[in-house]
Design a protein around this ligand. Structure first.
Ligand SMILES: CCCCCCCC/C=C\C/C=C/C(=O)SCCNC(=O)CCNC(=O)[C@H](O)C(C)(C)COP(=O)(O)OP(=O)(O)OC[C@H]1O[C@@H](n2cnc3c(N)ncnc32)[C@H](O)[C@@H]1OP(=O)(O)O
Ligand SMILES: Cc1cc2nc3c(=O)[nH]c(=O)nc-3n(C[C@H](O)[C@H](O)[C@H](O)COP(=O)(O)OP(=O)(O)OC[C@H]3O[C@@H](n4cnc5c(N)ncnc54)[C@H](O)[C@@H]3O)c2cc1C
Length: 672
């Protein structure tokens, strides 16, 4: 199914915007991609995948039934997988099957999500992270070659957050050297796993391991659930799709129940613990939570995923705002482009800056993750708690911020932003799920808070703490930081806010314990403050990392690129400082006059960035096929595309709908 798009001239307003650009767009693209080579590689891969137009649908996905949409998604997934397997991996290298380029290119095929996404996104990483070398040799080639298709079935109907509360059991039978998987209750049914409902023939299952009459907690098992030839569920397996959702419409999220279903002993993923033939349980991991490794990996990758989604939304909203004109400023003058309104700039420029902040931070987080994992492989797990705390809060805050900024982008496009053809509702509903999956926002911030409270106590007693909380050594015992409106001053204020909030949590917990509460209740009563403290810590990490990375990556850039990258980072600092004025007043010496000055400088910065706005989103270099938007295409022919998309509505296939004769006419004639 191919559809040709008419080639159009660029809208004159957008053409004029591009003439105003004063920096080298390609240099900024290179910074975002991680280097000139990476940009070239990305473009080459995008050309291979997209130039034959295989991804274009004649009928928009949203106009299809649930079944048709799923079938179309599978059709495209197979085309896409073949391109990945036969052409793209040759360029990235097999080991880079998780390359963000593949993820980005996939969006040209799927407005929503591919049913294969969780196979490459979670099933394969779990095999890599949780298997012994023998298991890896057995399963990984088959998975990478799509000989088997997997899902990640952890969450149950009754429990998602509290993994230790999962009910599915895997009981070892030494006589047959098999595990018996069982779902003892309705709440123990696996629920949510992407690709599980109709697509996967295998899955990774998290279950409570029982051997020699003892429960050893949750472990991971690889389970074949469907016949490879007929695709029928195997006897003892009950599997299906969970029904319509807010988004993820083509991901066939599934349920799964086991009725004493047997798998070979070798199907327990045994990198961190094993069950011997005789049923003896042997733990090799130096840290009890290494089986949660896939979740940490995905949390890390989600930060760059949020940058990508936000860059799509910002591109759509800014290009549209350059073309859209509304309301006379003065009588008889032309209506201004809505991008000229400072309120519109306030909604949108932070989205560009945040996409940069997340992208630069995600690269740093990825390097940190790789370094910690290298240590873990050598048996050193010392840095794991800090990585867990960091990946938890960055996942929580990046998904939450991306979501609210994407909604701002939709607001910024007025009524047309509500159209599915704008793609903003799809981007929003996709990102809405990220705030919940892979660890809910509140739950993950509370994990970070546990780490922060311990770090605060260490700093209070004069001990050195780990790098991301090193600011506590400086600020833990300080009352208020002296306000300074330079970038260093603002970053230090964020650190002071975080330290102040963590310290306040510690005092609240201690006071509550003094007044007779036990630790658990004191902690529980303080959780509202603990979530806020973890968020503040995350903001301190974000502003510091974004700034340092921006400086590092622009060292050899041209002067104007340096300036515009600097402006974006300053905008990010000022935006958040102004959002947190209450906290600044509490934890720094900032005055009303200082805040008024900051507000004025922020407004001046919006004006300074205005001429480069369209070029800054052009620098994200998102092809129209990836944007899927009537409002955001490179040529800016918004109204033509909206009209063109409207024609595709199935309701326009006939001039009179049969319901007129069946219902409306009888109603009009009083015959109903
Ligand atoms: C390629 C890019 C693709 C991007 C797009 C992909 C699209 C994919 C779409 C959807 C996929 C969705 C998949 C899923 O959602 S899978 C299911 C994910 N589920 C969760 O994330 C559940 C969240 N819950 C938890 O992680 C845990 O239950 C918990 C961390 C909240 C609590 O665990 P628990 O075992 O109860 O531990 P405690 O709270 O008792 O803590 C003890 C101790 O352990 C520390 N700790 C916990 N987790 C970790 C960890 N992962 N690493 C290191 N340490 C950990 C914890 O901090 C405590 O430490 P202490 O304070 O020092 O005691
Ligand atoms: C689109 C989508 C795709 C998914 N894909 C998969 C998948 O492929 N595989 C898989 O296994 N799972 C998947 N999930 C499940 C997902 O991981 C869980 O939904 C998520 O971890 C949240 O758990 P929950 O649904 O049990 O929420 P709950 O934990 O029930 O949360 C409900 C509310 O309670 C609050 N809460 C819970 N515990 C605490 C606490 N200790 N302290 C304070 N507040 C708390 C939460 O903040 C939240 O507001 C997916 C979910 C979605 C939405």
């Amino acid at each position: 199914m191919k559809a040709n798009r008419p080639k159009r001239d660029v809208h004159p307003d957008l053409a004029r915007e591009r003439l105003k650009c004063n920096f080298n767009i390609e240099e900024v693209t290179n910074i975002i991609d991680g280097g000139k080579d990476k940009t070239l590689e990305r473009k080459k891969i995008e050309d291979i995948a997209l130039n034959n137009g295989a991804c274009l649908d004649e009928i928009p996905d949203e106009c299809l039934s649930i079944k048709e949409r799923y079938e179309n998604a599978i059709r495209k997934s197979c085309i896409y997988s073949n391109i990945v397997r036969n052409e793209m991996l040759e360029i990235t290298g097999m080991e880079n099957f998780e390359s963000p380029v593949l993820r980005r290119t996939a969006d040209a095929f799927f407005k929503d999500i591919s049913p294969f996404m969780l196979h490459l996104g979670m099933f394969v990483p779990t095999l890599i992270g949780q298997s012994t070398p023998e298991q890896m040799a057995e399963w990984l080639p088959k998975a990478l070659d799509m000989k088997i298709i997997g899902a990640y079935a952890q969450t149950e109907l009754g429990h998602g957050t509290f993994i230790r509360g999962l009910e599915t059991t895997a009981t070892y039978d030494p006589d047959k050297e098999e595990f018996v998987l069982h779902s003892p209750t309705i709440t123990s049914y696996k629920w949510w796993a992407g690709g599980l409902g109709k697509t996967a023939n295998h899955c990774v299952v998290m279950a409570q391991l029982y051997t020699q009459g003892e429960c050893h907690g949750t472990h991971l098992f690889i389970v074949q659930i469907r016949d490879l030839d007929t695709h029928m569920p195997l006897p003892g397996i009950k599997v299906g799709e969970i029904g319509p959702r807010m988004g993820f419409s083509s991901a066939d999220n599934g349920f799964l129940g086991f009725n004493s279903f047997r798998i070979p002993r070798q199907n327990m993923l045994m990198k961190h613990a094993k069950v011997e033939k005789d049923g003896c349980y042997v733990k090799s991991a130096k840290h009890g939570k290494l089986t949660y490794g896939t979740m940490v990996f995905i949390r890390v990758t989600l930060v760059s995923e949020m940058s990508f989604n936000l860059s799509k939304a910002a591109t759509i909203a800014i290009r549209y705002s350059a073309v859209r004109r509304q309301t006379e400023l003065r009588p008889n003058e032309p209506e201004p482009q809505i991008l000229d309104y400072p309120t519109q700039q306030h909604k949108l420029f932070i989205c560009i800056a945040t996409a940069h902040a997340f992208q630069l931070t995600s690269k740093w987080l990825w390097d940190t993750f790789q370094a910690v994992m290298a240590d873990v492989r050598k048996g050193n797990v010392d840095a794991l708690p800090e990585l867990h705390a960091l990946s938890s809060c960055l996942k929580a805050v990046s998904t939450s911020d991306a979501l609210s900024h994407i909604e701002q982008c939709r607001f910024a496009c007025g009524g047309h932003g509500y159209m599915l053809s704008s793609n903003l509702p799809f981007i929003y509903s996709f990102v809405a799920a990220t705030r919940t999956y892979e660890g809910d926002y509140t739950v993950l911030l509370l994990q970070t808070a546990r780490f922060l409270v311990k770090a605060w106590e260490q700093a209070e007693s004069g001990n050195n703490v780990t790098p991301t909380v090193a600011y506590l050594n400086r600020t833990a015992n300080t009352k208020r930081v002296v306000w300074d409106n330079t970038h260093e001053g603002i970053i230090q204020s964020f650190q002071a806010i975080a330290a102040g909030k963590i310290g306040q949590c510690v005092r609240s917990i201690r006071d509550r314990i003094k007044s007779g509460m036990d630790y658990e209740d004191a902690w529980l009563m303080t959780t509202v403050q603990l979530v806020a403290a973890a968020e503040a810590h995350c903001r301190a990490v974000l502003v510091n990392t974004y700034w340092n990375e921006m400086i590092r990556l622009t060292k050899s850039s041209s002067a104007n690129v340096k300036t515009v990258m600097h402006q974006l980072a300053v905008l990010y600092l000022m935006y958040w400082a102004l959002e947190k004025t209450g906290d600044l007043l509490k934890y720094s010496s900032v005055s009303k006059q200082d805040l008024d000055d900051l507000q004025r400088r922020y407004e001046e910065l919006l004006a300074a960035l205005r001429p480069n706005a369209v070029s800054l989103v052009d620098a994200f270099d998102l092809r129209d096929e990836i944007l899927h938007s009537s409002l955001g295409s490179y040529d800016g022919c918004v109204y033509e595309r909206l009209m063109e998309e409207a024609q595709k509505s199935p309701l326009n296939a006939e001039p009179v709908n049969p319901s007129f004769h069946k219902y409306i006419k009888p109603l009009m004639q009083g015959k109903l």
